[in-house]
Design a binder for this molecule. Structure first.
Ligand code: NAD
Ligand code: TYD
Length: 352
């Protein structure tokens, strides 16, 4: 049997593929366009492993999808492929519409055509799991209850609006055509292979390079953080046992203001890689202009996945953050390669 993973060269997708093949011999076909965020070095340990078939391509390419479904007869699809960075969606939303909306639509069409041709047994076993975000629910006030699956959709950025659109399409394909879908809406992930345009890896690398740690606005915006392998476990659990057509919110029970996250990072770095002058990396914290339309708080109510599927995160923020810092300290070559070229142009433009 074979699964299709889309976006499996990105941050969460590559962690998922590595995790999957560490626990199972089921072949993974990994379809990834290799945008700036896709990186085959994340999967270097799978070189020569016949259980991993990498295909460079676009989820918006219907003909390619059709040929892959015909060739491999996937028993499940897990859709990670997306444009994922809020700041880039503000700078240029077009790619987000192309991949997150039109691409998801093409994937749904290909899955529907494939599923329609299966026999009853295969049809019953097939699943399409769509990986989405808590950002579709919009922004919470300080005193509001965390997002449950029933929370209204109120996306505020081009990124979250495009993810919301894809969630609606996934839902509609179940409701209208009966396609056996599952959706997960997860909070902010962090961990190995995280592209350093996002807050945590950006601050680790800037700290070590003696550069400012840029905090948007007053740094009091709150996110719920989940270690990436906990997200992978949740996805596997939902794929195995989630109820068809349902959505499951996934979170770390770990709300933190951005400033506390960065201070926590600095504490760990002070222990593991102290500055030459022995002062704290926290000295490098710099307040910069706020993100336009910055959502002030995300928080996940993850009771449903715990109650129905018995999933809870294994890592605390303290253990996860320490592992993450250790990973970046131990992977200098990976860091050197991803921070060259186009990455520098983005950082120069964004933090000018
Ligand atoms: P990422 O940006 O690191 O990786 C995205 C991957 O998708 C890259 O490998 C890229 O090359 C690939 N891709 C982009 N456009 C494509 C296309 N048209 N066709 C095929 N491949 C394409 O993103 P990530 O952080 O790993 O996020 C993965 C998924 O999880 C996304 O759907 C995102 O919305 C969702 N999510 C992310 C987080 C988070 O904190 N990172 C939290 C919740 C949900
Ligand atoms: P990010 O990692 O981009 O994830 P998201 O926007 O999807 O939550 O940002 C996390 C939080 O950190 C968010 O509130 C924006 C903030 N942030 C900064 O303060 N400085 C930065 O340089 C970046 C990239 C993000």
């Amino acid at each position: 049997m074979t699964i299709l993973v889309t976006g499996g060269a990105g941050f969460i997708g590559s962690n998922f593929v590595l995790d999957w093949l560490a626990q199972s011999d089921e072949t993974v076909v990994n379809l990834d366009k290799l945008t700036y965020a896709g990186n085959l070095q994340n999967l270097a340990s799978l070189e020569g492993d016949a259980r991993h078939v990498f295909v460079q391509g676009d989820i918006g390419d219907g003909a390619l999808l059709k040929s892959l479904f015909a060739r491999y007869r996937f028993r499940s699809v897990i859709n990670f492929a997306a444009e994922s960075h809020v700041d880039r969606s503000i700078a240029g939303p077009g790619a987000f519409i192309h991949t997150n909306i039109v691409g998801s639509f093409q994937l749904l069409e290909a899955a529907r055509a494939h599923w329609g041709g299966l026999d009853a047994l295969e049809k019953g076993a097939f699943r399409l799991l769509h990986v989405s975000t808590d950002e579709v629910y919009g922004s919470l006030g300080r005193e509001e209850a965390p997002f449950a699956e029933t929370h209204r959709y109120e996306p505020n950025s081009p990124y979250s609006a495009s993810k919301a659109a894809s969630d609606h399409l996934v839902r509609a394909y179940h409701h209208t055509y009966g396609l056996p879908v599952l959706t997960t809406n997860c909070s902010n992930n962090y961990g190995p292979y995280h592209f350093p345009e996002k807050l945590i890896p950006l601050c680790i690398l800037n700290a070590l390079a003696g550069k400012p740690l840029p905090i948007y606005g007053d740094g009091q915006q709150i996110r719920d953080w989940l270690y990436v392998t906990d997200h992978c476990t949740a996805i596997r659990r939902v794929l195995d046992a989630g109820r068809i057509g349902e959505t499951y919110n996934v979170g770390g029970w770990n709300e933190k203001p951005n400033l506390d996250v960065v201070r926590g990072l600095c504490d760990i770095l002070d222990q593991l890689a102290p500055r030459a002058d022995r002062n704290s990396y926290a000295e490098q914290i710099t307040f910069v202009a706020d993100r336009p339309g910055h959502d002030s708080r995300y928080a996940i109510d993850a009771h449903k996945i715990e109650r129905e599927l018995g999933w809870r995160p294994a890592e605390t923020f303290e253990t996860g953050l320490r592992k993450t810092v250790q990973w970046y300290l131990g992977h200098e070559e990976w860091v050197r390669n991803v921070t060259s070229g186009a990455y520098r142009d983005w950082i120069a433009k964004q933090y000018a």
